[in-house]
Design a protein around this ligand. Structure first.
Ligand code: UT7
Length: 350
């Protein structure tokens, strides 16, 4: 689904992010699992990541980032008309953490909340949703917030556990002005990717203790977990076929970026900054090579904070804006890929 907005309706009017204090080094990980600093750096580009404190929840990370974005926009919670929230690890099965953000920021104002399940590509989808609500006149300002408290869930597996870190990012989307705004979005999904990147939920834990009935989508994960002595039905495990996900991410993101540029009638040279999801530095290295993107146009923070899921692009935008690389009016191309598979890109004038 690719959409070109000949008249721009919405733009990013505020950005905020939050990283927990605790820093986990690759050497710390080597004490927890069979890995090394050298392996992690060469295969993923990650050097450090953050870990939420025991008292921090997904919702509390989200509230922190969201408050900063609202202040950055020069607004208060009462100015928000809609909240779109995403995470891979909600604190409660229901309701979603977006409700906690709503209460904390908007108080008694009955602001609608949509908790979305789009994994790492969540911000691209949220930008598109916000644009539609603003374009239709139903909302003037939409708060998009993504928080991931994932480190402790993933550290059970060395392939996955070394990449991810905790963090949150938020953006307020408001009416377009001064030639700034969302130009093109490309949203894509392919459920053939479900078995390749998957984690069981509460539905498969406890209820069928010791005798789990495995959904067909877990066919690939099952063998991997059983070889490692995991007991189905007793706990939740993540699984991915790293190389398959890697190949799909490179191929699909490169195509999405090309399609968006073609739809906008732009060349790569016209874009000031490319914000690529920080999943693995080697994935982004391949995309840069395929599209001939110069390093200075592709900011990265994966070495310092790892893969923070759907928060990663917003955290990166917040950092580059603070250090002066991202300026109002810059043409930016955002692109992300994650479980589902769900992926997409957005071209916007910041
Ligand atoms: O954000 C959502 C999207 N996610 C992604 O895009 C992730 C995509 N995939 C990847 O980033 C990479 O595939 C991984 C980082 C997960 C794995 O890197 P790889 O270069 O594909 O490694 P591999 O799976 O081919 O494994 C190579 C070797 C294996 O050992 P053998 O079979 O060659 O003896 C693994 O068992 O490295 C081993 N290995 C490790 N060794 C040390 C796997 N994980 C580790 C580890 N430390 N953490």
């Amino acid at each position: 689904m690719i959409q070109r907005n000949d008249s721009m309706a919405s733009m990013i009017v505020g950005v905020g992010s939050y990283l927990p204090e605790q820093v986990v080094t690759n050497d710390d990980l080597a004490d927890m699992m069979d890995t090394s600093d050298e392996w992690i750096r060469t295969r993923t580009g990650v050097g450090l990541r953050r870990r939420a404190a025991p008292h921090e929840t997904t919702a509390s990370l989200a509230v922190e980032a969201a408050s900063r974005a609202v202040i950055d926009a020069g607004l208060s919670g009462g100015d928000i008309d809609l909240i779109v929230m995403g995470t891979m690890f909600p604190d409660f099965t229901y309701p979603g953490p977006g409700m906690v953000v709503q209460r904390a920021l908007c108080g008694d104002k009955p602001v609608p909340v949509i908790d979305i399940r789009v994994q790492c590509a969540g911000f691209i989808y949220a930008l598109s949703m916000a644009d539609l609500f603003i374009r239709s006149g139903q909302a003037r300002r939409v708060l998009c917030v993504f928080a991931e408290k994932e480190f402790d869930h993933f550290k059970v597996d060395r392939q996955i556990g070394v990449i991810f870190g905790d963090g949150a990012g938020a953006a307020v989307i408001g009416p377009a002005q001064d030639g700034r705004g969302l130009v093109v979005t490309d949203l894509k999904g392919d459920g053939a990717g479900v078995p390749d990147l998957i984690m069981t939920s509460d539905n498969l834990v406890g209820l069928r203790e010791g005798d789990a009935i495995w959904p067909a989508e877990l066919s690939k994960a099952r063998q991997y977990w059983q070889e490692r002595g995991f007991i189905p039905g007793h706990t939740k495990y993540p699984f991915w076929i790293g190389q398959e996900v890697f190949r799909n991410a490179v191929k699909r993101l490169a195509k999405s970026v090309r399609d968006v540029l073609e739809t906008a009638g732009c060349r790569t040279e016209d874009v000031d900054l490319f914000f690529l999801h920080q999943a693995n530095a080697r994935i982004n290295g391949k995309i840069k090579e395929m599209l001939h993107l110069p390093d200075e146009k592709v900011p990265e923070n994966i070495e310092r904070i790892g893969n923070t899921g759907a928060a990663s692009i917003i955290i990166l935008m917040d950092e580059t804006r603070r250090d002066g690389r991202l300026k109002p009016g810059d043409l930016c191309l955002l692109s992300a890929f994650g479980a589902g598979y769900l992926w997409g890109s957005a071209l916007l004038r910041f």
